[in-house]
Ligand binder design. Structure first.
Ligand code: YSA
Length: 357
């Protein structure tokens, strides 16, 4: 049986049988090795430095000379085959068990969380769209404003007590007379004067923008908030136009079922003046309600017929032109729409809150 791996030596297994026995046992054990530890153990047992295949190779020298070459080649083939099988099995186990750092290609993808607009930006867009559908054009103006537009053009001269309504952040600058003249606008109303200066009637504009007031915060007041100014100036504009437009806005933004209330109010730049409130979502008139303090109403805007002096100051003839204007608080509108009981949530940058919108 020269040169044969199959040569038998009496009762001893033939070299071929020895190789096949090791191969069968190794492949059977590999098929059930299902962890990194089990694979390592298998490797040690079969193809490691003291493994069974290594022992087969080492035993070549003890074989009859004519069997050595054939046996050695067969043992080497087995070693290569088992190393290949080991690599394949290791990849399977890694994919199935996913040890740290491994990529499990069978996992479903993770949905990236998309960015979205801030709820106040969404509300601004909803408000301007509601007025846009009624023919109003959106314009914007400066947040850092001149005293002259914020107050004087709006019929609020120096020392007028109405200035107290608007606790003001002044910039550290004085004019030639030593008076403070630049501020963070306290309302969007100065844009009434800027728009009237820049164009002739008919005017229908909405002006969204940030406003600032040096005042204490609570559930319905912030020191920084957003307003949308609304203004229509033309021949023959009446208080009925004001009411009709604001009712239609409320119907579009809050739905027909919400109650809206108008009351007389005073602003130096209108005559007559009103404020508009929407029924509180938070309470049944509970005096402890953080939003309305039991009044059942949350004021969202001030409004009125543009004062003749404001028209005159802008160069319009109040005998010919009339107009209405309103300034609404965007955060208040968003609170009423979404049932939010504290205005401060909007600017706390808490993703649990912001991701609801
Ligand atoms: C009135 C008449 C007009 O013809 C035109 C505009 C106006 C509104 C006026 N310029 C004004 O600012 N009135 S207001 O002080 O009562 O504010 C209007 C709205 O802004 C309020 O109804 C409220 O919704 C919101 N607001 C005011 N101060 C706020 C505030 N929102 C949050 N925090 C504050 N501190």
């Amino acid at each position: 049986m020269a040169d044969s791996v199959n040569g038998s030596n009496g009762g001893e297994p033939s070299p071929d049988d020895r190789i096949n026995a090791v191969k069968d046992a190794a492949l059977a054990a590999l098929a059930v090795a299902d962890s990194a530890d089990a694979l390592q153990e298998w490797r040690n047992q079969y193809i490691g430095r003291s493994g069974e295949v290594t022992l087969l190779l080492r035993s070549v020298g003890s074989l009859p000379a004519e069997q050595r070459a054939g046996f050695g080649q067969a043992a080497n083939r087995l070693k290569n085959e088992l190393e290949g099988s080991f690599d394949t099995r290791q990849a399977e186990v890694t994919a199935a068990s996913g040890p740290a750092g491994a990529i499990d290609v069978s996992l479903p993808g993770r949905k990236p969380s998309g960015g979205r607009l801030h709820p106040i930006t969404q509300t601004v867009r909803e408000i301007t769209a509601a007025f846009g559908a009624m023919g109003f054009q959106t314009v914007e103006g400066p947040e850092v404003e001149l005293d002259r537009y914020n107050f004087n053009a709006m019929n609020i001269p120096d020392d007028h007590p109405a200035r107290d309504m608007f606790d003001t952040f002044w910039l550290d600058r004085v004019d030639e007379e030593g008076a403070r003249s630049i501020l963070l606008r306290t309302h969007t109303s100065p844009m009434q004067a800027r728009v009237m200066e820049a164009q002739d009637p008919p005017i229908r504009v909405v002006v969204p923008g940030r406003c600032y007031r040096y005042e204490a915060t609570d559930a319905s007041h912030e020191w920084h908030f957003n307003q949308v100014e609304v203004m229509a100036v033309d021949e023959g504009i009446t208080f009925a136009d004001l009411k009709g437009t604001l009712f239609e806005f409320a119907r579009r933004v809050f739905g027909p079922e919400r109650k809206v209330r108008f009351r007389c109010d005073f602003f130096p730049f209108v005559e007559p003046g009103v404020d508009m409130a929407v029924d509180c979502f938070n309470c049944e008139g509970d005096p402890a309600c953080r939003i309305c303090r039991g009044s059942r109403w949350l004021e969202i805007l001030g409004a009125g017929m543009v004062h003749p002096d404001v028209l005159r100051r802008a160069g319009y003839d109040p005998e010919r032109y009339s107009g209405f204007a309103a300034g609404m608080g965007v955060e208040r509108v968003a609170m009423l729409k979404h049932g939010i009981d504290d205005i401060r949530h909007f600017y706390a940058n808490d993703m649990r809150f912001l991701s609801q919108f």
